[in-house]
Design a protein. Structure first.
Length: 319
């Protein structure tokens, strides 16, 4: 029997040990090569685009010869105003992509020996960069759709006579949300956080090509899909897959997200649920790639992403 790719040495092309043994200078060169890949690591002014700049070696900065703007390799990116070393940033990315079922901020802070707040914001910045990879992406061909509920747990009372029916609307906390996922077979996964699974129909209208074939379960709100697409349904009380109709791939994504939330984060607020959903989708879509390629792709997306307006100064806003 052939060995699974993820169990082979080919899946392990990046070692955390190598990052630290390489040192700060090598990590800095890695950032330069990826940020300015078109010029083989030579700096390009982010303000005017001029390629003529001279180095301020004492501060690892550059000054543009045209507009005199001073910039660094992380200027204008999601790592702007960083305090961490380049070595620690690379290590954080390595740890982040190796954690295929997610990584808690507490664990990341211990691995990097940094404050919890630093690890929390850094992880969310990486999630934001990953989500940007498929911003505005549309799906075609064979697309599976489904939803799953997260959050809003109500702790039962100690005494049996004091317990309530937690299913009733009047006892809900208002924090329960639905992650609606649309997954193209052999393609990408799009995720959206809503209050009702039925909202997935309107989402599909915006992000799924009308020539696609949709796959859904027997929930009544998916009946509306038949008006816009050729739709195949599967009754899970009878079978998980029948005559090509199934939602197994989107359920595979939800399996990863549930394990991420329950096993690593334990609690995810509705405010940030979408970012965890994006992370799980990205890791599910790229699950067959080696960790070196995943780390390189993550760093590329982070350096291509502008300064985060959600996470820059997050704690200073007392958010």
């Amino acid at each position: 029997m052939a060995q699974h790719f993820l169990l082979s040495a080919k899946a392990r092309t990046l070692k955390l040990r190598d990052i630290y043994q390489g040192g700060e200078e090598k990590a800095y060169e890695t950032f330069r090569e990826i940020r300015w890949s078109d010029t083989d690591g030579e700096p390009v002014c982010p303000k005017c685009g001029c390629m003529d700049a001279y180095a301020i070696a004492t501060r690892r900065k550059f000054k543009c010869a045209a507009c005199y703007h001073q910039f660094s390799v992380t200027s204008g990116t999601i790592f702007a105003s960083r305090k961490m070393t380049f070595t620690d940033l690379l290590a954080a990315i390595c740890i982040f992509v190796n954690a295929v079922k997610g990584l808690s901020a507490l664990q990341l802070s211990r691995d990097l020996d940094c404050q919890y707040k630093t690890a929390f914001v850094l992880a969310h910045k990486l999630r934001e960069a990953l989500a940007a990879e498929i911003d505005g992406h549309t799906l075609d061909d064979h697309v599976e759709i489904d939803g799953a509920y997260f959050g809003g747990h109500i702790r039962p009372a100690n005494l049996a006579e004091d317990r309530i029916d937690r299913r009733l609307a009047q006892y809900q906390t208002g924090k329960r949300r639905v992650v609606v996922a649309l997954r193209e077979r052999k393609g990408r996964t799009l995720t959206f956080v809503t209050r009702s699974e039925a909202d997935g129909v309107d989402i599909a209208k915006m992000f799924v090509d009308r020539d696609a074939i949709m796959y859904a379960d027997e929930a009544s709100h998916w009946d509306a899909l038949h008006d816009g697409w050729m739709t195949k349904r599967i009754n899970h009380s009878e079978a998980y897959s029948l005559d090509g109709a199934s939602t197994n791939q989107v359920e595979s994504y939800f399996s990863r997200l549930r394990r991420m939330v329950r096993g690593q984060h334990h609690h995810v607020s509705p405010r940030h649920l979408s970012q965890y959903a994006h992370e799980a989708a990205w890791k599910e879509d790229h699950r067959r790639r080696d960790n070196g390629a995943l780390a390189s792709r993550t760093l590329t997306l982070a350096l291509a992403h502008p300064v985060s307006r959600n996470w820059c100064g997050y704690w200073q806003r007392a958010a």
